[in-house]
Design a protein around this ligand. Structure first.
Ligand code: CO
Length: 138
């Protein structure tokens, strides 16, 4: 597809993942969530599937985590928005050619084994963007 497919998830930075899971269980009335540690990103995540998209609660596993650094400077809250794509490498090339500032020029493996890469908020009106692609849709 030559454009992003949908908003895959909204990422919310939290200090205490277990407490945030309980809050979002109560809020959404959805019991199920998928938790996963993503070592490469130094984060622990919990995904709540809401219709066709997801909420991702994300907390730091240690002080080297980008989420720890984010929470040193910011309150808990919306951290990033993720677009689903079926051609992450093609999109990274397209965005770079268009002058967007990429944080990752090459995709890495994120939660659910998806390929992910981030685009710097400086070039997207202040929103940290994640591109994500399901393994197998490449
Ligand atoms: Co995310």
């Amino acid at each position: 597809m030559d454009h992003f497919i949908k908003i895959d998830h909204i990422g919310i930075a939290v200090r205490d993942l277990d407490a945030a899971i309980e809050t979002y269980r109560a809020l959404t009335n959805i019991e199920d969530c998928h938790t996963e540690v993503v070592e490469e990103m130094k984060v622990k995540t919990a995904f709540f599937k809401i219709g066709d998209t997801n909420l991702e609660l994300v907390c730091a596993v240690d002080e080297s985590s980008p989420i720890h650094q984010f929470l040193e400077k910011n309150r808990e809250g919306i951290h990033h928005m993720a677009f689903q794509t079926d051609d992450i490498r093609g999109d990274l090339k397209r965005l770079k050619d268009q002058g967007f500032k990429l944080i990752n020029e090459e995709p890495m493996v994120g939660a659910h084994g998806k390929l992910i890469a981030f685009v710097h908020p400086k070039s997207t009106n202040g929103v940290l963007l994640e591109l994500c692609q399901c393994e197998g849709s490449e």
